[in-house]
Design a protein around this ligand. Structure first.
Ligand code: NAD
Length: 484
């Protein structure tokens, strides 16, 4: 790919058991630059047999990998982390090329993705068990923490780097090995990470990657008894399919699924802080973020001022290719995404919503969407119940705190929620009442490697990041020692 300082990071093959290989069928999948629709390159379209080989490789690598000391594994993770930061510019360029987000955001994602590798390298040294006082004097009971085994890692296109490191770093820290299936839209970021893992000295078979269309790869990962855990980030539809598929061989599952985040602005909020929070939460990654504000609920007394300020900020945004320095919003990932956003917009306008932002002149290219602030949104509109996954900010007017909480919780999803108030009692009341895995009070930033990330209800099972993130890859063994 043009523009890379180190062209060896661009791989059009898969890593299985330490070998870079093509599909046995010779089939490939094209990877498209969403800014131009040009083909960036191709990756192997792997089938069940190659997925099986990758699982065999991960399984074979498991015993020697788990035997290493935790400090040895941590040292290798630290080397991987260092290489990610040393190659930040290239990794970001690859990410922007296949995913579309502005280059500065791509760099931010690489730093964020790398932060998980560092954090879990540190945490590897603290995988502690504990002892339990025995009920009889002649016994001792010890609780051991052990790695689960080979894990299937299935990731989406919206954060092609970080969604992988959030899973792979804790898996490797515990002594698990992995088979990664990245999104067919963004495989190059995953393959570049694997090149760097090899370079860091992570042994053959510990990280394996299979690219291609998902059905056959997914079926093998679900059915194969040697996969002891599936960790998935993506849509609720595919997550529940994987959960069902994992049932026959009783695998552990972690699911990071879709959201429908409310962003509540109370009359007593700091207006400027709320506007900046809404901009960050709604428009990052062009609104293609699971935790991005999907429904902005604004109390009647502050509604018009908030709408005006938000629209004025959005009017200043530039839409363009991620490689353009002034682009705040890149192209959407594909035409299906553009059509969904337009469908939500048309439905809202037909049901009485109004556009508060100026018309945008969009750059050439089919996959650009103008950022929009809508007023007059209601719960009857499709965008109230489905993730729009685009730069559309619908404002719902509300009167009372109780009404806001009811609207916010009126969804089967429960990933992230945000609210803005200066009132301490309200802060506690609303914070406790929101049925979400993550809540931001007076902040739109809730993603960090040091805090648990994950959802309740149909937004998922399990947590990533923090100590909770490493538990996802550990089994608990109680060891009873008798005859003392
Ligand atoms: P998706 O569910 O379509 O795809 C996710 C991954 O699953 C891809 O790798 C895809 O190839 C794979 N997949 C699809 N069908 C499969 C099958 N039958 N078997 C196995 N794998 C299969 O999701 P997406 O469009 O890539 O990502 C967007 C979604 O991800 C949104 O709903 C978003 O909210 C969610 N998401 C959630 C989080 C979170 O942390 N909760 C983070 C990012 C994205």
């Amino acid at each position: 790919m043009d523009g890379l300082k180190d062209e060896t990071l661009f791989r059009e093959a898969c890593l299985i058991g330490g070998r870079w290989i093509s599909a046995a069928s010779g089939k490939t999948v094209k990877v498209i630059d969403p800014a131009t629709q040009a083909v960036i390159g191709t990756v192997p379209d792997m089938a069940g047999s190659e997925t099986r080989a990758a699982i065999e490789a991960a399984n074979a690598a498991f015993a020697p990998w788990r035997k290493k000391t935790n400090a040895e594994r941590a040292t290798l993770l630290e080397a991987w982390h260092r290489l990610m930061l040393e190659n930040l510019d290239d990794l970001a360029l690859l990410l922007t090329a296949e995913q579309g987000k502005p280059l500065e955001e791509a760099k931010g994602e690489i730093r964020y993705g790398a932060s998980f590798v560092k954090w879990f390298a540190e945490e590897a040294r603290r995988i502690n068990g504990h002892t339990i006082p025995s009920p009889t004097p002649d016994r001792r009971i010890v609780v051991l923490k052990e790695p689960i085994g080979a894990c299937g890692i299935v990731t989406p296109w919206n954060f092609p780097n970080a969604m992988i490191t959030r899973k792979v770093a804790p898996a490797l820290a515990t002594g698990c090995t992995v088979v990664i299936k990245p999104s067919e839209f963004t495989p190059f970021s995953a393959l570049a990470l694997a090149v760097l893992a090899e370079r860091a000295g992570i042994p053959d078979g510990v990280i394996n990657i299979v690219t291609g269309m998902p059905a056959e790869i997914g079926a093998e990962i679900m059915a194969n008894e040697k996969v002891r855990k599936i960790s998935f980030t993506g849509s609720t539809r595919v997550g529940s399919l994987l959960m069902r598929g994992a049932a026959d061989s009783v695998k552990r599952v972690s699911l990071e699924l879709g959201g429908n985040a409310p962003f509540i602005v109370f009359d007593d909020a700091d207006l400027d802080l709320a506007v900046e929070g809404a901009i960050a939460s709604k428009f990052r990654n062009g609104g293609q973020t699971c935790v991005c504000a999907n429904r902005i609920l604004v109390q009647a007394g502050i509604h018009d001022a908030f709408a005006r300020k938000l629209a004025a900020r959005v009017n200043q945004m530039k839409v363009g290719a991620g490689t353009k320095p002034d682009a705040a919003i890149g192209p959407m990932i594909n035409m299906a995404a553009v059509e969904k956003i337009n469908r939500h917009l048309e439905d809202a306008l037909a049901k009485g919503a109004q556009i508060a932002t100026k018309p945008f002149v969009l750059p050439d290219g089919n996959q650009y969407v103008a950022p929009v602030v809508l007023t007059g949104a209601t719960t009857e509109m499709v965008l109230a119940s489905e993730e729009t996954f685009g730069p559309v900010a619908p404002l719902f007017r509300f009167e009372s705190e109780q009404q806001a909480v009811e609207i916010a919780n009126g969804t089967p999803f429960g990933l992230a929620a945000y609210f803005y108030t200066q009132n301490l009692a309200r802060a506690w009341r609303v914070g406790e009442a929101l049925e979400f895995g993550m809540v931001g009070l007076n902040t739109g930033a809730i993603s960090t490697e040091v805090a648990p990330f994950g959802g309740v209800k149909m937004s998922g099972v399990g947590r990533e990041g923090a100590q909770a993130g490493i538990e996802e890859y550990l089994e608990t063994k109680s060891f009873h020692i008798g005859g003392l």
